[in-house]
Design a protein around this ligand. Structure first.
Ligand code: SF4
Length: 262
């Protein structure tokens, strides 16, 4: 199928909603058949740049914008268009890094995917949620919202940032009825305090029906080799993945407040 570009030259007469779209952006990498980031088989674009510095980041090489390659949205969407039939059973997921570090580029990619009739998802920490305007909200079928912790001190220790932007974004999505999968990474000795998990569970339960599921993701060290190539020390080298019992105990806390947990 030929792809009809959603891109237009920006002029004084260009509608504001089109002006907000950028034709180029920084892309770290592409996964053509992702199974973990949304329903079905996904075309996943990992965009560069992230303002947080999570201790367990498994893509630490994506946080620096300069590590990304400058790519044309038209070119990326052309590839997606050629895979459209295959992706009908899944869709497009924008991940990173933090996609909302490039909101104009995100908007262009989402608009292009929707023009192709594809399901769209954005994988985000929510830290830059204020950069997602109403059009981005409307173009995104599913938000994969990774809330790093609930206790403020823990959130800061994990990410280096404040938790409030993520919570505010979750509330905004809930108020608009935008579907969410909430993600929480369970890290022994870091995020696994009962008060942290119970606080998050109560907050998420309060978001209402927009939350379709909660995913408790076990910490792993698959990104450790990438840390060795960077300039920051990896502080979790001695931390082990959580046990099956610990993962189930965390899931029980979320289930206890009526959430659909995976
Ligand atoms: S928000 Fe994601 S990409 Fe950014 S530092 Fe944390 S884990 Fe890494």
């Amino acid at each position: 199928m030929a792809f009809a570009s959603p891109l237009l030259s920006v002029t004084e007469s260009t509608p504001v909603s089109i002006r907000g779209r950028l034709p180029v952006g920084r892309v770290h990498s592409v996964e053509s058949a992702g199974m973990l980031d949304g329903p079905g088989i996904r075309h996943v674009l990992f965009l560069s740049g992230c303002p947080l510095r999570c201790l367990y980041c498994h893509n630490p090489d994506t946080v620096c914008m300069k590590n990304g390659e400058l790519r044309l949205a038209d070119e990326l969407l052309g590839t997606i268009a050629r895979r459209r039939v295959f992706l009908k059973r899944g869709g497009l997921t924008l991940s990173g890094g933090e996609p909302l570090a490039q909101p104009g580029f995100v908007k262009t990619l989402l608009a292009g995917a929707k023009a192709l009739g594809l399901h769209t998802a954005v994988d985000t920490s929510g830290h830059l949620g204020a950069r997602a305007d109403d059009e981005i909200l409307a173009l995104t079928d599913l938000w994969l919202l990774d809330i790093k912790s609930f206790v403020p001190e823990t959130y800061r220790r994990v990410t280096g940032g404040d938790r409030e932007p993520a919570l505010a974004f979750a509330r905004r999505l809930a108020a608009r009825g935008r579907p969410m999968w909430i993600r929480f990474v369970l890290v022994p000795g870091l995020t696994d305090a009962v008060e942290n998990i119970e606080g998050l569970a109560a907050f998420v339960a309060g978001l209402g029906p927009a939350v379709e599921r909660v995913e408790v993701l076990p910490f792993h060290k698959m990104g450790e080799t990438k840390w060795a190539l960077g300039d920051r020390p990896y502080s979790l080298a001695a931390t082990q993945p959580p046990t099956a019992e610990a993962i189930e105990a965390a899931r029980v806390i979320f289930r206890a407040v009526g959430l659909n947990v995976f």
